[in-house]
Design a protein around this ligand. Structure first.
Ligand code: G4P
Length: 299
């Protein structure tokens, strides 16, 4: 099954983003920490040129910490890029993002000269959640977004930073079907576009390879079965997804399995690893103390 999602009006979107970027000091690209590459739009790297870019690895509370550390090292190799894992729902964690914005635009952040930060990202990565947490109130609603946004919403955080929200301009790359399946497994693609059985089989195969112990613990105490289909059958039986005659309904079993995985019932799981064989220095993500405050106090 080929997964398709949004139509590609990328030409117009590209022009709009290029225009907006000229009036931006820092770009905040929100990614899903569980699948940072599949949840990005590669066109964006080209559009941002040399503007500083913070890659927010959001939903860090759901992602495998060791894999997220590997992604942080991966992104630290990219010129002008600062990776920052966080959970957009946690105010304390999002405040690190503001400090980093100020560090990356030291010439701004004064009264009348705010840091202009543009929030971008494909749908469902948590842009609205992040903006609402930063603003301390509900200013962004994902459900309100048209497919192609022309005018960015400006949100003055009243702390020397103005955010521009440019939702809907970027779509994931559906040509990459493995990436599309990762997105689908994570819950980023509307369920109406989904074939649960196929996505469930994809996720089951990935977890059998990368997180076998978690599966054994939750569904198959006697050991992993030989195939993803058998795993879904076992988990479906355990979760009560039965059709007539005691037979497991594979579609319902896959849906229940995906729901459990997305809700963190199998622990923190990542669905994608950075490319193997990178020679990267071993260092951890920036801590709050590493992100220096600007010299001048902000209003
Ligand atoms: P978007 O603007 O990029 O389209 O994404 P949005 O903020 O609407 O977030 C998409 C979903 O991801 C929401 O869940 C939201 O609660 C969830 N989310 C965002 N950030 C985080 C995070 O850091 N951790 C976790 N665990 N979830 C996060 P939803 O089920 O679609 O909506 P709701 O049930 O929260 O209302």
């Amino acid at each position: 099954m080929t997964i398709r999602w949004y139509p590609g009006h990328m030409g117009k979107a590209k022009e709009q983003i290029a225009d907006l970027i000229k009036k931006t000091d820092v770009i905040i690209e929100v990614l899903d920490a569980r699948l940072p590459d599949a949840s990005s739009n590669h066109l964006f790297a080209e559009l941002r040129r040399n503007k500083p870019c913070i890659k927010v690895l959001n939903k860090n509370d759901l992602a495998d910490p060791a894999i997220t550390r590997a992604w942080v090292r991966h992104f630290q190799q990219q010129a002008g890029v600062r990776p920052l894992p966080l959970s957009a729902k946690q105010h304390r964690e999002t405040s690190q993002l503001l400090k980093l914005c100020r560090t990356l635009a030291p010439h701004r952040g004064r009264p009348g000269l705010p840091v202009r930060a543009m929030v971008v990202g494909i749908p469902n990565v948590g842009k609205s959640t992040l903006i609402n947490t930063l603003a301390g109130r509900n200013v962004a609603k994902s459900g309100d977004r048209p497919a192609v946004t022309v005018t960015p919403q400006l949100i003055d955080l009243k702390n020397g930073i103005v955010l521009s929200d440019t939702p809907g301009l970027l779509w994931p790359d559906m040509e990459d079907q493995t990436g599309a399946y990762r997105l689908a497994a994570s819950g980023a693609i509307g369920d109406s576009a989904l074939d649960y059985a196929n996505v469930g089989l994809f996720a089951a195969a990935y977890l059998m390879e990368h997180y076998p112990d978690r599966l054994v613990e939750r569904y198959v105490p006697d050991g992993l079965p030989g195939s993803p289909a058998e795993l879904l059958e076992a988990s479906g039986r355990r979760l009560g997804c039965l059709a007539g005659g005691g037979v497991v309904d594979l579609n319902r079993a896959a849906e229940a399995f995906l729901r459990e995985m997305r809700a963190g019932k199998l622990g923190r799981i990542s669905l994608e690893e950075p490319p193997k064989g990178e020679t990267v220095p071993v260092c951890d993500p920036p801590s709050p103390t590493e992100i220096r405050q600007p010299k001048e106090p902000l209003p």
